[in-house]
Design a protein around this ligand. Structure first.
Ligand SMILES: NC(=O)c1ccc[n+]([C@@H]2O[C@H](COP(=O)([O-])OP(=O)(O)OC[C@H]3O[C@@H](n4cnc5c(N)ncnc54)[C@H](OP(=O)(O)O)[C@@H]3O)[C@@H](O)[C@H]2O)c1
Length: 302
């Protein structure tokens, strides 16, 4: 039986991935900053002190590395920016150090990454895994994070990086934030509304993780996005239509969002059109290609 250890397994993606892996017959344990709720075996680590609870890597075949401070959970002060970066780089370095001492039974290391790697694009640009990285804050964080992840390959472990788009889930994350104003009749496209949203249904993302675990031919970076990016305006309209709400406001001006969110406003005012060709060619079949079917599945569950 394949034994999987998930770091940050208590988060949005980790919880759903755990359910799916258990359903598929995998053994799952978590590595986090605190003990879990008992649903699966859990171990703790102290990233600042570079300590991992003993036994956490014993018998593990694959590590799925999701841990990292939430990108949009708090204002981007200097301190928070450092936490966003170091929670990823230091955590990965800690795992590298542990595996360098003894790589044990571990054969694959599947790490989260983000489409933020590419920076933001114009309307016509399509970013593939070959595209050069961007140079804004998130692009820099993502490159530094991936560089740490790549060191694990030197230990003879298969490494896969999933450059994740905007994950749509009924249990929180971006969709909840975007759908809330629409639900209360104050939703509207953000800024020009023309910026691209490269989204993915959480079950497809977890499907890609499952494939990366099982498919020994996968290595390197793969974009984790649906094949159908849409504009922020189309996305907002699709949410409104799924929730049966009118869109009464024409749009929320960019400068208002910049006043409220500062630099973080770029997360919603700018976008990027990301290609899913590589993961599709690797043989992954998406369950949700059409935004309306994804939203119906997620928003009509409530
Ligand atoms: N959701 C998305 O739309 C999206 C998009 C692109 C990339 N990603 C990436 O995918 C990964 C998982 O995403 P997610 O949505 O599941 O994130 P999440 O819900 O924020 O969960 C991340 C987990 O990381 C751990 N964590 C939080 N702060 C930490 C810190 N300061 N130091 C170390 N660990 C910390 C927590 O687990 P413990 O409390 O158990 O330690 C948390 O549950 C993240 O690295 C994220 O950047 C997500």
């Amino acid at each position: 039986m394949t034994n999987i250890l998930i770091t940050g397994g208590s988060g949005l993606i980790g919880r759903r991935l755990t359910e799916i892996l258990l359903e598929r017959g995998y053994l799952v344990s978590h590595l986090g900053r605190t003990k879990g709720n008992g649903s699966v075996k859990s171990f703790i680590w102290d990233i600042d002190k570079q300590l991992v609870e003993s036994g956490s890597l014993e018998g593990i075949d694959v590590i799925v590395h999701l841990a990292g401070a939430g990108i949009a959970d708090a204002p981007w002060t200097m301190k928070r920016k450092r936490e966003i970066l170091e929670s990823r780089t230091n955590a990965t370095r800690l795992l590298y150090k542990e595996l360098k001492k003894d790589k044990r039974t571990i054969k694959a290391f599947i790490a989260a990454s983000a489409i933020g790697y590419y920076g933001f694009g114009t309307q016509d640009e399509i970013f593939t895994e070959e595209t050069k990285p961007g140079n804004d804050f998130l692009a820099t964080v993502t490159q530094r994070w991936e560089e740490e992840v790549d060191t694990i390959e030197s230990l003879g472990i298969r490494v896969v990086k999933i450059r994740t788009g905007i994950v749509l889930s009924e249990r929180g994350g971006a969709l909840e934030e975007i759908a809330r104003p629409v639900k209360y009749y104050v939703g509207a496209p953000l800024g020009t509304g023309n910026q691209y949203v490269s989204w993915i249904h959480i079950d497809d993302l977890c499907g890609i993780y499952c494939k990366a675990i099982a498919d020994l031919s996968m290595s390197g970076a793969y974009n984790g996005v649906s094949p159908t990016p849409i504009t922020n305006r189309e996305f907002t309209k699709a949410i409104a239509s799924t929730l049966h709400r009118p869109l009464l406001l024409p749009h929320i001006p960019g400068f208002v969002l910049k006043l409220i969110l500062g630099e973080m406003a770029n997360l919603v005012l700018q976008g990027s059109k990301i290609s899913a060709d590589k993961i599709s060619s690797a043989g992954y079949t998406f369950k949700y290609i059409d935004i309306r079917s994804a939203l119906s599945d997620l928003l009509e569950k409530e």
